[in-house]
Design a protein around this ligand. Structure first.
Ligand code: ACM
Ligand code: ZN
Length: 543
């Protein structure tokens, strides 16, 4: 037997030993460790090599994504793959838009690696982008090195021949950052967007306002950031009921910085979802504008974590107009469809004592304060609709009855989301039990201080955003899920990354890959490779 026959026989035996096409490439030894796992993957013999001669052949309508792939590979390669408007030659990467391919959905793609070339086919730019992410994952982990190369000029990388067909299970694949409690500089948010996109996550909620800080420039109300973006002190690390004595801020995003962030996120097919908390978690706004509270204040920006009793006064027309004015500027800045109005943890005690709120309840024929919150949400929903936007809020917005077009983000378990979806509302699942990535992921003396709760990696991985009780006809109302990185105890980008990873990788797979193919042991195996990518990216992941 000559050596070539031996190789063929070995390959044949390997193929026969595999349980199905999905495992074809993921067998130990040739493990590319794709995360999230593609829907369909079939390995073949032989391989393709990225060399100095490789070009990206950009078909009609693909140039932006071809440039993006060249840019993403330029740091690890140390050179930039040329993008050409010409048919592919041997060794090239071809990008093709095929709008009529019935097998690839809005964000899906086909990735074909043959000895001659790599071809990425999709019906949309997003699909091409995700095909590019998968191609980068098929390369060695060094392809994720994001420090400009100095000594990799001769690098050539092999990829085994493979046919991949892939598309996401859910359209909303989200994470939440909380720059209100601890600010994150715009440059860091961009990096975070990039890391998300490398996991095919596509929605980043920015929790821009809270009791402890107002972080978005609003031109009509400059006091919001002049007063609201600083606090006298913060809770002391390790002793949360004491103050640390250190003034915090001013920290906020200018409107120009937001525009720049939005453009960056768009280039990575990530939608930024702005969250402006109304009517609760509003103390930083009331410090600047006490006239929009029930009591008139005065107030200071809150210096402890927790829930604040003083909230917006919906009995006051001027306060409602103020909220709309803020949302008007938010709509100008953020082009996405959904605007998040918070709505959670708004104690309604002040409303009970407030003559204006009680007069509103009477005049509008409302039964109670919960219905007053719904009345307010209705005004905000109409206002957002007038700008072509949709309201989304935490599941407390169900309590006084949902407004007709509201979407619900279900955090106190999944029951709120289940009820809303059954009633025909769109839902994003974000239950504390599986999606609170600010909860501890491990127990032990080496783990950092956390807010409480316990959500280990396997728990995240076990999440199914579709409740088993939900009738199939309502499944499309479950848009997806979101992992939340509340930042009371996440003080730095390094903290954010430690809490986020690898759990966000597990959530990415929950949201992208078909429910039936998932298995935690298999994910853990692939995570070994993926951890090396995170290392290359410089992500402070939990090892
Ligand atoms: C929340 O965690 N209060 C939405
Ligand atoms: Zn009031």
């Amino acid at each position: 037997m000559n050596s070539r026959t031996t190789i063929h026989l070995t390959a044949l035996l390997l193929l026969l030993a595999l349980p199905g096409p999905l495992n074809a490439v993921d067998s130990p030894g040739t493990l590319p460790g794709l995360v999230p796992r593609p829907v369909h993957m079939q390995a073949a013999g032989g391989g393709w090599t990225l060399t100095r001669k490789t070009r990206i052949s950009a078909g009609d309508g693909t140039t932006i994504e071809a440039d993006q792939l060249a840019r993403d590979l330029s740091a690890p390669l140390g050179w930039r793959l040329p993008v050409v408007k010409a048919p592919p030659r041997k060794g090239d990467i071809a990008m093709v838009i095929s709008p009529t391919d019935p097998l690839i959905g809005a964000e899906g793609y086909r990735l074909s690696v043959t000895r001659d070339r790599v071809t990425i086919t999709a019906s949309t730019p997003a699909g091409l982008f995700y095909g590019g992410v998968t191609l980068r994952q098929l390369l060695p982990p060094e392809a994720f090195n994001n420090h400009p190369a100095t000594k990799r000029p001769g690098a050539f990388w092999n990829v085994g021949c493979v046919e991949i067909r892939d598309q996401p299970r859910f359209p909303w694949r989200g994470l939440l950052l909380d720059p209100a409690r601890h600010f994150l500089p715009p440059e860091y948010v961009k990096r975070f967007v990039d890391i998300m996109a490398d996991h095919k996550l596509n929605s980043l909620q920015l929790h821009l306002t809270d009791d402890q800080g107002w972080r978005l420039e609003i031109k009509k109300y400059p006091r919001l950031t002049q007063i609201g973006s600083r606090r006298a002190e913060s809770p002391k690390p390790g002793d949360r009921n004491q103050g640390d004595g250190k003034p915090y801020g001013p920290f906020f995003y200018t409107q120009q910085e937001i525009r720049d962030l939005v453009a960056h996120a768009r280039s990575k097919h990530v939608t930024l979802v702005p969250e402006i908390e109304i009517p609760g978690h509003f103390r930083a706004a009331l410090a600047a504008h006490p006239e929009y509270s029930c009591t008139g204040g005065p107030f200071e920006v809150r210096t402890r974590w927790g829930v604040e009793p003083d909230i917006l006064c919906p009995g006051n027309d001027a306060a409602v107009a103020f909220a709309k004015d803020v949302l008007a500027e938010v709509c100008e800045l953020f082009p996405g469809r959904f605007i998040h109005i918070g709505g959670d943890e708004a104690p309604r005690g002040r409303w009970k004592q407030c003559p204006k709120c009680q007069a509103r309840i009477k005049a509008e024929g409302l039964k109670n304060e919960a219905e007053l919150q719904t009345w307010l949400n209705h005004r905000l929903e109409e206002f957002l609709a007038s700008k072509g936007r949709r309201l989304i809020g935490w599941d407390e917005i169900l309590e006084g009855g949902l407004t007709p077009g509201a979407a619900v983000m279900s955090w106190r378990g999944t029951d709120g989301g289940l009820t809303a979806a059954k009633a025909g509302h769109d839902v994003v699942m974000s239950p504390t039990t599986h999606c609170y990535l600010d909860y501890a992921q491990a127990k032990g003396p080496g783990e950092p201080e956390a807010i409480g709760g316990f959500v280990p990696l396997e728990k995240v991985y076990s999440f199914d955003p579709i409740p088993s009780e939900l009738p199939p006809a309502s499944h499309p109302h479950i848009l997806g899920a979101q992992g939340n990185l509340w930042s009371e105890f996440l003080q730095t980008p390094q903290d954010v990354e430690y809490f986020a990873f690898p759990r966000a990788a597990a959530l990415a797979e929950v949201l992208w890959s078909p429910a039936t193919t998932n298995g935690f042991a298999d994910f853990q195996l692939r995570l070994r490779t993926h951890a090396r990518r995170l290392d290359q990216l410089g992500v402070n992941h939990r090892k």
